[in-house]
Design a binder for this molecule. Structure first.
Ligand code: FMN
Length: 161
């Protein structure tokens, strides 16, 4: 039972979350950064986990591209979906989830998660730094990766293997 975790990340938080998740998944797994290339053959896996972060209200276009390119395969696999973002409101996070993933895939997914987010100012360009300072009303880094949510997500995967 092989598991594939694919992700896209702006400044590394989703990558950290994907790796934290991978550490907790008991099955053989591979972690692929979609910005560096697509996995050669998603058909080879039983479970495919897809994650990305929300930047200016949207998930990375490369995540959508991966989904569009593999939609038929994905509907035949066990699929998990996760998002990293700073939104605290459940309704806002739900909205991001809805706009990030197509409905048939959301309905098909057996695991869904919000893994929180981080703002690390030194990793942002000037414009992003300015925007995030305004939104967060601070220039201090924020670390809100939700370890519990990652652990619960991994447990759902492990239980269903
Ligand atoms: C330019 C920029 C725009 C962002 N826009 C949003 C947003 O619209 N909604 C939100 O909840 N979080 C937003 N965030 C917070 C990110 O989702 C959060 O920092 C996340 O951890 C980024 O993960 P990454 O490093 O993997 O891209 C934004 C962050 C940046 C830098």
């Amino acid at each position: 039972m092989k598991t594939l975790i694919v992700f896209a990340s702006g400044n590394g938080t989703t990558e950290r979350c994907a790796n934290l998740l991978a550490e907790k998944v008991t099955a053989p797994k591979e972690v692929v950064n979609l910005k560096k290339g697509f996995p050669a053959n998603p058909e080879d896996y039983d479970t495919i986990i897809i994650g990305g972060s929300i930047l200016a209200g949207k998930i990375q276009s490369v995540v959508r591209k991966f989904i569009n390119r593999n939609c038929e395969i994905l509907m035949k696999k066990r699929v998990g979906l996760f998002i990293c973002c700073m939104a605290e409101e459940e309704s806002e996070r739900d909205k991001y989830f809805t706009t990030s993933f197509p409905q048939d895939l959301r309905d098909h997914a057996f695991a869904k998660g919000f893994f929180g987010g981080e703002v690390i100012f030194s990793g942002l360009n000037l414009l992003s730094r300015f925007i995030m300072k305004k939104i967060t009303k601070t220039d201090q880094d924020i670390h809100k990766i939700n370890q519990d949510a990652i652990a619960r997500f991994a447990e759902t995967i492990n239980k269903s293997l």
